[in-house]
Design a protein around this ligand. Sequence first.
Ligand code: FPP
Length: 226
Amino acid sequence: MNSLEKVPTHVAFIMDGNGRWARQRGKDRIFGHFEGVESVRAVMEASVEFGVKYISFFAFSEENWNRPEAEVNGLMELMMDTIHRELRTFLDNGIRFRLLGNRSRLSKKLNDAIDGLEAATAEGTRMTAIVFLSYSGKWDIRQAARRMAEDGGSDIEDYLVTAGIPDPDLLIRTSGEKRISNFMLWQLAYTEFVFTDTLWPDFRKEEYRNALLEYASRDRRFGKVK
Ligand code: FPP
């Protein structure tokens, strides 16, 4: 991967288009989510290879609770299965797993599985993979402000769920939509955005590499002049 001269430290993904991918094949939306997990694994493994240190996946927003019950249940089960099935992917690649979001809305069973995978992978040092579940940027800022006031603290960044994690350098959104959709509103302040028409289940190493090449060509100034 030596042709990638400017590798981002933190890449965030809005994994969009699973439902459309399934519909195009005459299948139920959940099949698109199943195939989406294959892309998550491909992207995790490629990230380790490319030298990315943090990757974030927006798996389920606070707003997604309003989807049909069958799809919500299907996604929660898929999360549960993925946690159990992918332990080896994390351990074999030295990846630390973190889950961020409003965990009070998740079942006890799922919370226990999350705690288990976080503990089992805590020593992973090559990369940290963060799944955002039941997360929204406005929720994060609200909970941070509330806790900061209780504490008498002064820096909101210490209270966001991402405290200690560097802000994303690059955000990739698939499926042609060009929105933030309430993802890390605070943390994306100076992030570069790459939008691709590829649907998430079709987003694999080559598409990822193209997005990193696009990132490498950007001139980041953080509001300053160079
Ligand atoms: C967006 O596609 C995708 C989601 C809301 C769910 C993403 C979840 C996964 C890929 C699986 C679990 C994730 C991990 C990290 C194990 P959409 O349903 O909005 O698609 P559409 O826009 O075509 O309807």
